[in-house]
Design a protein around this ligand. Structure first.
Ligand SMILES: Nc1nc2c(c(=O)[nH]1)N[C@H]1C(S)=C(S)[C@@H](COP(=O)(O)O)O[C@H]1N2
Ligand SMILES: [Mo]
Length: 394
């Protein structure tokens, strides 16, 4: 028992507690990493990327899970750090090169995790009080976390295995005490069963479970309809905003109101040297299709709605575009990440990918992208370009 433990000692802290918390936190981080990677690949796709358009709510689900597990990891991370806190202050800090590397990887893991969950949470509130690109830093920290987590688990594997189940924990403790404490000496606090005054281990774990459940239940309603009624803390409420769909950026914020309302607005569609333009009346005269599709924001909120408009593949056929073409969609909004998007053939050829003119039974609200916006199944919201004025084969 190191002396430093005395000051911070709590009979609750034990290897078993750390292992149980680590299991939950590890699962949350892995789910968060995989769903985050999926989101990243959809937005910056490598050549081999496979784009799935069914179920239409696929991205709403994966991104909802991403943000929800990220939020759930906050109380778990706090509890895990608390459970190992005396270890972090242990003296001497470095016993050997291997020990030094191990501690360095834990320092990296802890600091990367703290930054990651903090900027992720602030992002869900659309608050970016930092000078760097959230997207890039969040992505690369994800790799740092997963890498240092793998190393951490590998190093701690013997300990994790020894305390994995209640039974193995008891066996390991018995072996520890038999080896470490000569007869008559008291059992070291770290090995003592978590009993005595104050919290029991079970009570502590129940409290952590309850806090995690509360943060999940009061925020996941931004992503999952069946929890919408309990959404007290997430920034987006379902069924709010014009036409019962939330808005991230209004036409005024995007600086497009005048251009979008201009009576001479036309949509230009082109493939090579073939170009056609369509007025809103001409678009409305084309065959219209109506589908229930969600807007699913990278920030985790999503909202299903009924969209009606022209199929993108019909527009492509009218200019003789090849069916495997990648499209560039341009918004009236200039520059930035929203000014244009690219649409792989998996979406453009899907019958449910629309240039939407209507939302929930009425013409698009100006803030939802009037006169026309993209809506495609299974896509991140950021790629569902609003105030479209050009569709080109590139
Ligand atoms: N031109 C343009 N298109 C856009 C946006 C935007 O700001 N400008 N926002 C995107 C984002 S991040 C999402 S989630 C969806 C829905 O955003 P909204 O809530 O602003 O309508 O539209 C996308 N299309
Ligand atoms: Mo978004």
């Amino acid at each position: 028992m190191d002396s430093v433990n005395g000051r911070f000692s709590s009979p609750l802290r034990s290897k078993r507690l750390t292992v149980v918390l680590g299991r939950w936190l590890g699962m949350a981080f892995i789910v968060c990493f995989v769903t985050g990677l999926f989101s990243h690949l959809l937005q910056d796709p490598p050549g081999w990327m496979l784009f799935l358009t069914r179920p239409v709510w696929l991205y709403a689900a994966t991104q909802g899970i991403h943000v929800t597990t990220g939020i759930a990891s906050i109380p778990l991370l706090a509890a895990k750090l608390w459970s190992v806190f005396p270890e972090l202050l242990r003296w001497p800090p470095l016993k050997s090169v291997v020990h030094g590397l191990e501690r360095a990887s834990i320092a990296l893991f802890v600091s990367a995790s703290l930054v990651e969950v903090t900027i992720g949470l602030l992002n869900t509130f659309q608050w970016y009080p930092w000078p760097f690109s959230f997207k890039d830093v969040h992505y690369w920290l994800g790799w740092v976390i997963i890498g240092s987590l793998a190393l951490h688990i590998a190093v701690k594997l013997p300990l994790v295995r020894a305390h994995w189940s209640r039974r193995s924990d008891a066996t390991a403790l018995a072996a520890d005490t038999a080896g470490a404490a000569p007869a008559g000496e008291s059992v070291p606090a770290a090995a003592a069963p978590a009993t005595g005054p104050g919290w029991s281990r079970r009570g502590f774990l129940a409290a952590i479970t309850a806090s995690t459940a509360v943060v999940v239940l009061t925020t996941a309603g931004q992503s999952f309809t069946w929890l919408a009624g309990l959404n007290f803390f997430a920034p987006r409420r379902m069924d709010t905003g014009p036409q019962e769909v939330p808005i991230n950026r209004t036409a005024a914020q995007a600086g497009v109101a005048a251009a979008a309302l201009a009576p001479d607005w036309v949509l230009a569609v082109s493939s090579g040297s073939v170009q056609k333009t369509f007025t809103l009346a001409q678009l409305s005269a084309l065959p219209q299709y109506s589908y229930g599709l969600p807007i699913a924001c990278v920030e985790g909120w999503s909202q299903g709605a009924q969209w009606r408009g022209v199929r993108i593949r019909d527009l492509m056929a009218m200019v003789g575009a090849p069916v495997d073409a990648v499209l560039q969609i341009s918004s009236l909004e200039q520059g930035g990440v929203y000014g244009r998007s690219f649409m792989p053939a998996a979406y453009s050829q899907d019958e449910k990918t629309l240039l939407a003119l209507e939302l929930n039974g009425a013409p698009l609200d100006l803030d939802h992208g009037y006169p026309a916006r993209i809506i495609a199944p299974g896509r991140p919201g950021v790629l569902q370009t609003k105030w479209v004025h050009k569709v080109e084969v590139i």
